[in-house]
Design a protein around this ligand. Sequence first.
Ligand code: MRU
Length: 367
Amino acid sequence: MKVHGKPMRSIWVEADGWSMGIIDQTYLPHAFVLLRLTTLDEAAHAIRSMQVRGAPLIGAVAAYGVCLALRVDASDGALERACTLLQATRPTAVNLRWALDEMRQALRPLSPGQRVAAAYQRAAALCDEDVAINHAIGRHGLGLIESAWERKGRQGRVNVLTHCNAGWLATVDWGTALSPIYQAYDSGIPVHVWVDETRPRNQGAGLTAWELGQHGVPHTVIVDNMGGHLMQHGQVDLCIVGTDRTTARGDVANKIGTYLKALAAKDNGVPFYVALPSPTIDWTLEDGVRDIPIEQRDGREVTDLSGRLPSGEVVTVRVTPEGSPVANYGFDVTPARLVTALVTERGVCPATAEGMLSLFPERRPAR
Ligand code: MRU
């Protein structure tokens, strides 16, 4: 996608041919700051501190984190230690585990001398695959937005509600949930996005609104509790969100608050779609509510709000009484029964085990 008119991805190899460039997302939307990562520890810190975030992007950064580790020591032990360190940075998004497994699989059979070049090649391929997957999700999701536009008799605008940030900043490019929106906008459909602010870290208000603004997509930021009201008043034609881990039967973990939007959508007959790249499917799990590990984050994300003064200075203020305990689960699980359909790179399917296997038949257990 483009920033200030210039095409870019969310991660790249720098001109030196080995260090990684990222956008430090903790500064957005206040400032656009690029960061160079040169060590395994810097890559792990970038994921842990959410300088980079979003399930596909943390997988990509982890893959390059392995490359940085192997430049120093390409032994079996170093490969394992790097994967263990990176895996422990964030627990919910399965893309992290997936990317590390892909790297291990490609590198273990090689001699240490061959590993560094092969690691950079595999990491670059994972990034290119992510871009292709997300573009394909956008094409399939575009059909759903077109249908909503048809249902409205091609009158007015198509109102889409999204939660958190599942745009290009959360992936290598295009995004998952935002990819259909970008493609709808680019093909001339008058799309308008209700952007949930997504407390406590405000990925909607800060990142999704910024991304959509860069691309010129009409949007309105709303507080997290407003979606139900808008749905009751016919102001939402469809919801589309991303996911950090989806089980083999279609239960969807995504940013905290997604479940409540799905409930409101069900109650109001609003289609609730989940954009799902295949590396986000955890084929080993069925029951998402029981089995998906949910990240618990620092309580200061709840007690404190930060914003920017007209001078540009970023300030943080406390909004809860000193001493009030807080809870801060980062994700929740939307049961498959509340999901209208999954939008994958291979097409759209029901959120059921059978629906998913119809698109990924190679995952069907052998009889
Ligand atoms: O905590 P974050 O910002 O990493 O959470 C991101 C989300 O919940 C996204 O919706 C999800 O990763 C899908 S990204 C394409």
